[in-house]
Design a protein around this ligand. Structure first.
Ligand code: MG
Length: 257
């Protein structure tokens, strides 16, 4: 009896498999649409020449290149950049305040390089403290986090979304060496009544290592309390934080998405 049931079952599955290939597609080719039916010729992706080595790609908006020109940046009051500019670098001058791009951005790909100063310059909790604030609001933390020699809560170390997400791994380089951030930022979207439609998302590579994989942001950065979205324009300046530590920046470019 058992054998009969088993053989019936086998015959049944054989019958099913005869009419199918892998993943259940019908084997008979003439019942499928022609291969051209699934070819997409509608939108031709634009040609982009990738940058050689550390250079920006051909369609990037260069916000700070190697011409020692900080002209695409300003302080919040509109004044010219008071940070130290030279050697293709911009270095924070303590108490000079944050700088922000003159151009406003929404969804972007961002590349930038940063370097923390000699750790002996800064006291513990402020070692290499700076940050990249997407839309001036959503902070990707910059900090001296090499091998955890400086202690800070994990969602406050380099590569964290400050006080929201710790990075997946700590990929920090030594102080006084250049480090890279490559970011994909999706701006939040608001409804017509100014309520939140979709939150912001961020994906980040630190020194080419994936550290944040499409994480959902809880709202703008807040030091104290819990973040909450508040309606804002769909494009806002990119901001670099001055937090009293002489962090340097170079090779900053953006691609609008
Ligand atoms: Mg910071």
């Amino acid at each position: 009896m058992k054998y009969k049931i088993l053989s019936k079952y086998l015959l049944f599955t054989l019958a099913i498999n005869a009419g199918t290939t892998t993943f259940g597609q019908t084997a008979k080719k003439d019942t499928l649409p022609p291969p051209a039916a699934t070819e997409d010729w509608s939108v031709k992706p634009p040609l982009v020449t990738p940058g050689q080595h550390d250079a920006p790609p051909s369609d990037a908006i260069v916000l700070f290149g190697n011409e020692n020109d900080a002209g695409k940046w300003q302080h919040a009051d509109g004044s010219a950049v008071k940070w130290k500019v030279g050697n293709g670098e911009m270095t924070i001058v303590p108490k000079s305040t944050d700088i922000q791009s003159k151009q406003k951005f929404g969804n972007i790909q961002l590349h930038l390089e940063w370097k923390t100063p000699d750790p002996s310059e800064d006291q513990g909790m402020n070692r290499g403290n700076s940050g990249v604030l997407l839309m001036g609001l959503y902070e990707l933390q910059i900090y001296e986090s090499y091998q955890y020699l400086t202690k800070i809560y994990y969602n406050g170390q380099a590569g964290s979304i400050y006080k929201q997400h710790a990075p997946l791994v700590n990929a920090a380089n030594k102080p006084q060496t250049w480090q890279t951030y490559d970011v994909v930022f999706e701006a939040p979207v608001f409804n017509a009544d100014k309520t939140l439609k979709t939150p912001a998302y961020m994906t980040v590579f630190h020194n080419n290592v994936l550290i944040l994989n499409h994480v959902q942001l809880k709202g703008p950065m807040v030091y104290q309390g819990y973040p909450n979205y508040k309606y804002h324009e769909n494009k806002l300046p990119l901001r670099l934080q001055e937090h009293g530590s002489r962090v340097s920046f170079r090779n900053i470019w953006v691609r609008e998405l």
